[in-house]
Ligand binder design. Structure first.
Ligand SMILES: CSC[C@H]1O[C@H](OP(=O)(O)O)[C@H](O)[C@@H]1O
Ligand SMILES: Nc1ncnc2[nH]cnc12
Length: 293
C-alpha cells in the first residue's frame, strides 16, 4: 500500500503550505461530514491529506469536532499514517511554551463525545495500552531533533472536555496526583478512533501555556495560546515537511500492529451482526469485515 500522510491541524493551524497539486476535496462519510474539506496533494513526493480539526475559521468546539467522520474520511482517502498537531497546556516546568511533546499516553476525561465506531450489532474491543504508534512517533521525534527543535520524547496528555479551561484545583490534581504532563481538549477520542480504524497515529503537541497551576504565570487565555502557536507554527510546518523524507513510500507492516488492530477485536458473531452498522464500517473495518460491509 502506498504511504499517505494525514495531518490533522489543531488550534491556529488551518492550512498547510507547499503542497503540490493542492486541492480541497469534500468527503462524505457514514458518520457525517468531517470538520471541513480536506486539502489533498503531494509533499516531497508523498501523498498528503490535511484536515483542520476545528474547520477553517475555527467552527467546531472540542466537544463538537466530528471525530469519527474525520478519521473515517482520512481512512477513506487512503491515509495510512496520521500526524495530529495540537496546542496544549503544560504541567511541567521543563515543558515550556514553544516546546513540542510527542504524546505516548492519554488520560481521557472527556464525556460528551462518540468514542467508538463500533456498538450494538458489531462490538469490538481494541487495545489502547500503547495508544500512539511508536514507529511514527519516533520519526516525528527524529524530524524535530534534526530541526533542532525543543522536543520531549514522551508525555501523558490529559484530555479534558472543555470548552472552559481547568480550575486550579483540577490543574494541581492532574499534575500532582494523576501524573499528567500536558493537557488539551482533543487528543481523545481521536487517538482511540484512529486505532479502531487501523491507522498509525502520532500526536505532536505544542506547549502553549502552563495551564493555571504555575505561580508565575497568569491563567490561560486563548489570545496567549494563539500567539504561541503563531510564533511556533513555522516549526510545526518544518516538522511535517521533513516527514516524507523519513517515511518509506510503501507502508510497511506496523511493528506494533496499529494497521492490524482489528484482527482479533470483533466479538459479535458473524450471523448476529447488524448489516446497517456493517455498511457504515466499510472504510474503517473493510479489511477484516470484507464482503460483509
Ligand atoms: C485555543 S485553546 C483550547 C483549544 O486548543 C486546543 O485545540 P487543538 O488540540 O485542536 O490544538 C485544545 O485542545 C483546545 O481545543
Ligand atoms: N491549558 C490548556 N488546557 C486545555 N487545553 C489547552 N489547549 C492549550 N492550552 C490548554
Amino acid at each position: 500500500m502506498e504511504t499517505m500522510i494525514g495531518v490533522i491541524g489543531g488550534s491556529g493551524v488551518y492550512d498547510i503550505a507547499g503542497l503540490e497539486d493542492a486541492r480541497w476535496v469534500s468527503v462524505d462519510t457514514p458518520w457525517g461530514k468531517p470538520s471541513d474539506q480536506i486539502l489533498t496533494g503531494r509533499l516531497g513526493g508523498m501523498r498528503m491529506a490535511f484536515l483542520p480539526r476545528h474547520g477553517r475559521g475555527h467552527v467546531h468546539s472540542p466537544s463538537t469536532v466530528p471525530y469519527r467522520a474525520n478519521i473515517d474520511a482520512l481512512k477513506r482517502l487512503g491515509v495510512t499514517d496520521v500526524i495530529a498537531v495540537s496546542a496544549c497546556g503544560s504541567f511541567r516546568e521543563e515543558m515550556a511554551p514553544g516546546d513540542f511533546v510527542i504524546v505516548d499516553q492519554y488520560i481521557d476525561r472527556t464525556h460528551l463525545r462518540e468514542k467508538s465506531f463500533f456498538g450494538t450489532g458489531c462490538v469490538a474491543h481494541v487495545s489502547l495500552a500503547h495508544p500512539t504508534c511508536a514507529r511514527l512517533s519516533a520519526l516525528c521525534l527524529q524530524a524535530a531533533r534534526a530541526l533542532d527543535l525543543r522536543v520531549h520524547e514522551r508525555g501523558t496528555y490529559l484530555a479534558m472536555e472543555g470548552p472552559q479551561f481547568s480550575t486550579r484545583a483540577e490543574s494541581l490534581m492532574y499534575r500532582d496526583h494523576w501524573g499528567a504532563d500536558i493537557i488539551g481538549m482533543t487528543g481523545m477520542p481521536e487517538a482511540a478512533l484512529a486505532r479502531e480504524a487501523e491507522l498509525c497515529y502520532a500526536s505532536v503537541a505544542m506547549v502553549t501555556d502552563y495551564d493555571c497551576w504555575h505561580p508565575d504565570h497568569d491563567a490561560v487565555d486563548v489570545a496567549a495560546v494563539i500567539k504561541t502557536v503563531g510564533q511556533n507554527a513555522a516549526n510545526a510546518r518544518a516538522l511535517i515537511a521533513a516527514l516524507p523524507g523519513l517515511l518509506s513510500s510503501r507502508h510497511a507492516a506496523c511493528p506494533q500492529g496499529c494497521d492490524r488492530a482489528l484482527d482479533h477485536a470483533i466479538m459479535t458473531a458473524p450471523d448476529r451482526r447488524d448489516p446497517r452498522l456493517l455498511a457504515r464500517l466499510d472504510a474503517v473495518a473493510g479489511r477484516v469485515l470484507g464482503a460483509q460491509t
